[in-house]
Design a protein around this ligand. Sequence first.
Ligand SMILES: Cc1cc2nc3c(=O)[nH]c(=O)nc-3n(C[C@H](O)[C@H](O)[C@H](O)COP(=O)(O)OP(=O)(O)OC[C@H]3O[C@@H](n4cnc5c(N)ncnc54)[C@H](O)[C@@H]3O)c2cc1C
Length: 392
Amino acid sequence: MSKSDAIIVGAGPSGLYLARELSKVMNVTIFEEDRMLGIPPHCTGLVNLSSLKVLGISPPIVNTYRYVRITDLSGNSITFDFRERTIAMLDRPGLEHYLADELGSATLALGERVTELDNGIAKTKLRQEAFDIAIIAEGANMALTRNLIPWKPTHVYGIQTDTKSFAVSELMPRSDDEIVVIFDRKLSEHYFAWIVPRNSHEFRIGIADDANVWVKFTELLKIINAEQSKPFGGKIIIGGSPSHVVAGNVAIIGDAGGFVKPMTGGGIIMGMLSAKLLAESISNAVKEGLSITDALSLYDALFRKYIRGMVKALGSASYILHMMINRSLGNIMQLMSKVNVVVEDYDNHIDAIMKAASRRPWQFIKALLAVVNELSLIEPGRINRLIKDTLE
Ligand SMILES: Cc1cc2nc3c(=O)[nH]c(=O)nc-3n(C[C@H](O)[C@H](O)[C@H](O)COP(=O)(O)OP(=O)(O)OC[C@H]3O[C@@H](n4cnc5c(N)ncnc54)[C@H](O)[C@@H]3O)c2cc1C
């Protein structure tokens, strides 16, 4: 039986980013059940460009955006102006390939599903691999996580397609740098729909909700006269948090550990940040002469001390907010109609909302303030200081 210092289950962005970092200090094998990286795709791929800089990566980008227009089906809207094209649509299989090219000494085992992690041994159909530590980065399906650290996230389902539309409609982006987000309970009861330009007349169009999403997706395409071609999507985690992210010598990162922005379910950056937090916990603990299992305990302690409470609170607030918006959405959209707000940073939604609040200080905007400060859930610049504080 062969042995790795660390095995990672799942080669999505979280697992690949972790493999890239850990391969600098230890012998790593990363298992991916699919034969091709990033296939089948499921994600829209929207991130803040500056978050990529923080993570030190520059993956391929499909398009960039300056404006986010939130609208309802009646045409009431509010536009957020980020002043520059600061939001990016990542090429999702492209992100995985970019990270895989940077794996260094790590071994990538494609087409191998890990079925069991037991007593320091990872089992696939093809082999058994012994390990000192295992990290589960299996995404939202959580088959292994469920047995190890049972927890129930709040989730919705998202379906989207890449398609052409020549429709002339208020709902369509006015330029190739504008994302349209449709909040309207006639379309999505508890979440929202999106129209994101890929290039001229080509769009990624999708919708998420907690029930009947296929019917709502078809309805959306009909409304904007777009054809359906190869739909894709999946489960979007939007809240909840496990009590621990470590059990024995196994840790969880990414979607499987609930590392997402509760407002939008965006987990690409949060997943890689959880990988960064774990990798830096390991390298700091090892520098302090601690064992590798102590390093995992450090990651767990950091999660419990600085992240869990916030993720849980934001998840619950976000859930309530979505319910609240649905109840009074028509009024809110009418009140806010045609407001244009200049903002700095897509991931730092709080700034956007602060500015909106200063223009129209309604109750619902105040509620938003509590919900939206997601990027600060794991502040990359503070990771080392938090580790030192926790070690002391
Ligand atoms: C419709 C939709 C739209 C989204 N849009 C955005 C967005 O615009 N921006 C954003 O930030 N996020 C978005 N997300 C969320 C984002 O896709 C996830 O947060 C992100 O992919 C999480 O990364 P991950 O590496 O944790 O998991 P994943 O990307 O899901 O990767 C997990 C990998 O593990 C593999 N795997 C699972 N089990 C095993 C096993 N037992 N053995 C081996 N391999 C296994 C899977 O095949 C997969 O490749 C969206 C999600 C959906 C569904």
